[in-house]
Design a protein around this ligand. Structure first.
Ligand SMILES: Cc1ncc(COP(=O)(O)O)c(C=O)c1O
Length: 426
């Protein structure tokens, strides 16, 4: 699989190089030179999730890694369930919340761990990632206890849910966590600065596990296929996905699925108050403003990193921008979304999924079938859900086990020089 750098097209790399580099020169994202199409989608949709995921990833990586290796990686990564539930007429929820850290990030992080393990020849590496809440846990758990790999996670102090924090900041061992006095965008910028620092990069064999890493996006394509496969055949003509969006990796994966031939009519890009993309789609002006803290904190992103990949998909496939409908859902609407799901549809959700559901309910047209993505388990946002719905939300074992553990994070200002010192000393 060949990929090119969106900021410097002449930089061409293999998948293995792209995974290890994370970002290209000039902080450019890697993009596949050729997106494979699947010859008979109908048959592919009949396969079970893991078999179909092997087919999908093989179409990208079979040539480079060999299909046996791809199969082994996919089977080891995707060893937990996912579900599609009918919520109301012509509306389905794609639940990506049943993995080890109860968020959709488990798909990408676990597959990335398999890739790095496969490609590293047991060399030492430091994985540096910024998280708005869920990536940190998924990556930390995927790499926890692996001898040659150190993981450093940056997150905005006080701006992720208490249980999100407990899930990855209590592990210790090879997992190092930094509570940054700033926003997720600041954390993301510090990761980019680290990748621009050639000396640091070499000294600690830096790698990234952010959704800038193409391996994560390939893994995420697979669940869009599963969602369509689980919708009855007579409802598959006009499928609309509503994607709760922050850094726009998930939406990129959905568009890659469409590029491979999955019948998707259009997408709803649902954001919280951090609405750079809906404003851009409406006005053509890209103007990120200061990040606003919301209930759906994992989507508190003002400068979404993956957007250039979406622009490239629109360009390469001559898709009109109207393929993506941008919807900003404010705090009150988020609460309404949660309440409507619970009271009218008997469905317990959390703020991120509720944003996607709310946007879908308002935008779905006659004759369309809507699927919204549930990206985190309601218990991860226990405080918020309990407060809005006035109910008790029980904690699953994985959260109950960490709820009373001590946070081991180091507090740092949003200052790259200080982070650098810490990374060099790891
Ligand atoms: C629960 C949840 N929902 C949605 C998102 C947004 O996904 P993306 O950044 O791929 O747009 C995130 C990302 O951190 C998340 O953790």
């Amino acid at each position: 699989m060949e990929l090119y750098n969106l900021k410097k097209n002449e930089q061409r790399v293999s998948f293995s190089q792209a995974v290890k580099l994370g970002l290209g020169d000039n902080q450019g994202l890697f993009f596949p030179s050729n997106i494979p199409t699947l010859p008979n989608i109908g048959d592919v949709l009949k396969q079970d999730f893991v078999t179909r995921s092997v087919t999908i990833i093989n179409a990208f990586l079979g040539d480079e890694l060999g299909s046996d290796v791809v199969e082994k990686m996919v089977r080891q990564a995707f060893n937990f369930p996912l579900q599609v539930r009918k919520v109301r007429e012509q509306t389905y929820a794609l639940e990506l919340t049943h993995g080890p850290t109860l968020a959709f990030k488990d798909f990408g992080a676990r597959f990335l761990a398999q890739c790095l393990n496969q490609l590293s020849n047991n060399e030492k590496a430091t994985i540096l990632t910024a998280t708005s809440g869920d990536t940190g846990a998924a990556v930390a758990h995927a790499f926890y206890g692996i001898d040659n790999i150190k993981v450093a996670v940056l997150y905005p102090k006080g701006k992720i849910s208490v249980l999100q924090e407990k899930l990855f900041c209590t592990l210790g061992s090879n997992i190092h966590t930094y509570a940054i006095d700033g926003s997720f965008d600041d954390c993301q910028q510090m990761v980019k600065d680290a990748f621009d620092d050639q000396e640091l990069k070499q000294a600690i064999s830096l790698n990234s596990a952010n959704s800038i890493n193409i391996a994560r996006l390939l893994a995420q394509i697979c669940y869009y296929f599963e969602a369509v496969a689980k919708v009855p055949e007579n409802e598959r003509d006009n499928i609309v996905f509503s994607v709760p969006s922050g850094n726009f990796g998930d939406l990129t994966a959905g568009m890659l699925a469409k590029a491979m031939g999955l019948p998707i009519r259009r997408f709803i890009a649902a954001t919280n108050l951090n609405d750079t993309v809906p404003r851009y789609l409406a006005t053509g002006e890209w103007s990120p403003v200061e990040t606003i803290a919301t209930r759906a904190n994992a989507m508190d992103v003002s400068a979404p990193n993956n957007w250039p990949r979406i622009e490239e998909l629109l360009r390469v496939y001559h898709w009109d921008k109207s393929l993506i409908c941008g919807v900003m859902v404010n705090e009150q609407e988020t609460e309404t979304g949660l309440k409507e799901l619970y009271n009218d549809d008997d469905y317990l959700c959390e703020p991120h999924g509720a944003i996607a559901s709310f946007a879908l309910k308002n935008e779905l047209k006659e004759g369309e079938t809507g699927i919204f993505l549930c990206t985190a388990h309601p218990s991860k946002f226990q405080d918020s859900v309990q407060e809005v719905l006035d109910i008790h939300v029980a904690l699953p074992k994985v959260l109950a086990d960490v709820a009373n553990k001590e946070i081991l994070s180091i507090d740092l200002p949003a200052d790259f020089a200080q982070l650098r010192q810490h990374l060099m000393a790891l």
